[in-house]
Design a protein around this ligand. Structure first.
Ligand code: ADP
Ligand code: MG
Length: 277
């Protein structure tokens, strides 16, 4: 029944890239039980300095993972590797069992389902909230046609869903530039959601937020986990404590400790690293 196997394989969404990349090795990993993201022995050097040093990290499908660690630990560099911004000198990075991230460029990785939210919100301030969401969905259609074309009903439905999700249901027609800092951050998360990513990488989401905004962000990220894998890099320990399930502590480019918040906080090596900051 080889043909049946082949047909099944062809129907799998994450297999699409195999068609264009026949040399890709396959079958090593299996997303159906377990990780959606694999980093193995990833090393990144800048002029001989190791920003990542044989970093090994697995993210499960649908999990909410917090990554903490002192400044310079390599957290942003790790996200750069996952999103194809930085190529490691060594190691492996896989999205599921079939997509070799090190053979894909940034656009391919984003299209395959890994969305990243940078620290600073990058919304279009002169456009309304709904238009920002439309633009986020535009993709190859381009910005101009996205703004001039009529929205087909499924798109409109998705926009309404996302507006609700990010708590901006009553602000769809507000100019993005007039939103509060926290609302802009939510809008940017909403823009990522328009592409329905499997993995969401979020770099310091609550920097500069009020306490109330932080609480709502915690709720939002917690809700998104399950449907998406959510990887949160955050400095604010109180915030991490409020959402944490599994926490990974990075230090000098590799994993220092991993476990529940209580476990890592009680780890003497973690205490030492944070006291030294
Ligand atoms: P974190 O996000 O945990 O604060 P980063 O990943 O930004 O840490 O940085 C890790 C280390 O790598 C830091 O010492 C930083 O100075 C260095 N680094 C990051 N990017 C570059 C770069 N493009 N060129 C040189 N050094 C860099
Ligand atoms: Mg950083």
């Amino acid at each position: 029944m080889q043909w049946l196997e082949n047909t099944r394989a062809f129907m799998r969404r994450d297999q699409v890239f195999d068609i264009v990349r026949p040399s890709m090795s396959s079958g090593r990993l299996d997303t159906r039980h377990g990780p959606v993201l694999y980093l193995e022995d990833v090393t990144v050097s800048f002029d001989g300095f190791r920003a990542l040093d044989a970093l090994t990290l697995y993210i499960d499908d649908g999990e909410l993972r917090c990554i903490i660690g002192p400044n310079g630990a390599g957290k942003s560099t790790m996200m750069d590797v996952i999103t194809g911004r930085t190529r490691p000198d060594d190691g492996a990075a896989w999205f599921g069992q079939r997509l070799d991230l090190l053979r894909m460029d940034e656009t391919e990785i984003a299209r395959a389902g890994i969305g990243r939210k940078f620290q600073k919100p990058t919304v279009f301030p002169q456009h309304r909230v709904v238009e920002n969401l439309e633009l986020a969905m535009a993709g190859p259609r381009g910005v101009w046609s996205a703004l001039t074309a009529r929205l087909d009903p499924p798109t409109q439905e998705r926009i309404d869903e996302v507006l609700e999700e990010i708590g901006l249901a009553n602000d769809g027609h507000v100019l993005a530039g007039q939103l509060s800092h926290g609302q802009k951050q939510w809008l940017e998360i909403g823009m990522l959601l328009m592409q329905n990513p499997r993995v969401l990488l979020v770099d310091e989401p609550v920097a500069g937020m009020t306490h109330q905004e932080m609480d709502r962000t915690a709720e939002l990220l917690t809700r998104l986990a399950g449907r998406h894998s959510v990887v949160v890099v955050e400095h604010d320990m109180e915030f991490v404590r409020s959402i944490a399930r599994k926490v990974t502590v990075l230090h000098q480019g590799s994993v220092l400790a991993e476990g529940s918040m209580e476990e890592v906080q009680a780890d003497p090596r973690v205490i030492e690293v944070y006291l030294g900051e």
